[in-house]
Design a protein around this ligand. Structure first.
Ligand code: HEM
Length: 149
């Protein structure tokens, strides 16, 4: 058995990991869409590559997303550079809303200009729904205790 070379290993991990890994160029067009992204969003790579990120950004959040995107592409700076997670709703191919969390990485050309952004992203819908139900329960209990006292 021969171990894959490090570059081959990186490629295999990016392509096959169950987390979504994607890359969009400066214009926000999807250029890389791995198996995890296919699994989470329901779009195949053939359907997603070449499309705008609007494919998965809910309409009501597009303004804020593109505003932040344009500033970051121009400045080369992001508030999320140290691995802080963006936690937002996203769209599945079937129209369902997902809750996702992701880190971003800016990719830069040798002259320092930003070529685009990669994201590593996870579907946290089940946890988000659980947290929402728990918060509601706490509120109900607080209301009951409040009434009793
Ligand atoms: C799919 C659903 C997505 C939604 C709803 C969304 C939403 C947002 C929002 C609300 C902001 C503003 C954040 C802030 O002001 O702190 C933002 C900024 C940004 N987003 Fe997205 N986004 C999505 C996907 C993505 C993806 C997949 C990438 C990368 C490939 C990305 C890259 C960025 C960048 C680079 C910024 C600017 C960050 C900064 O200001 O430092 N977004 N997005």
């Amino acid at each position: 058995m021969t171990e894959p070379a490090p570059s081959e290993l990186s490629r295999l991990i990016v392509e096959g990991t169950p987390d979504a890994i994607l890359y969009a160029d400066r214009d926000g067009r999807i250029r890389l869409w791995n198996a995890g992204a296919e699994r989470i969003f329901g779009f195949t790579a053939a359907e997603a590559v070449g499309q705008s990120l609007d494919l998965i950004v809910p309409e009501r959040l597009r303004g804020r997303h593109w505003d932040g995107w344009d500033k970051t592409m121009a400045s080369g700076l992001t508030r999320y550079g140290a691995g802080d997670l963006l936690a937002v709703p996203a769209l599945h191919k079937d129209g369902r809303q997902l809750s996702i969390e992701f880190s971003i990485q800016l990719l830069k050309a040798p002259d320092g200009s930003v070529t685009g952004s990669a994201a590593i992203l996870r579907d946290v819908t089940a946890r988000f729904e659980r947290d929402k139900a728990l918060k509601l329960k706490v509120k109900e209990l607080e209301a009951k205790v409040g009434k009793a006292g």
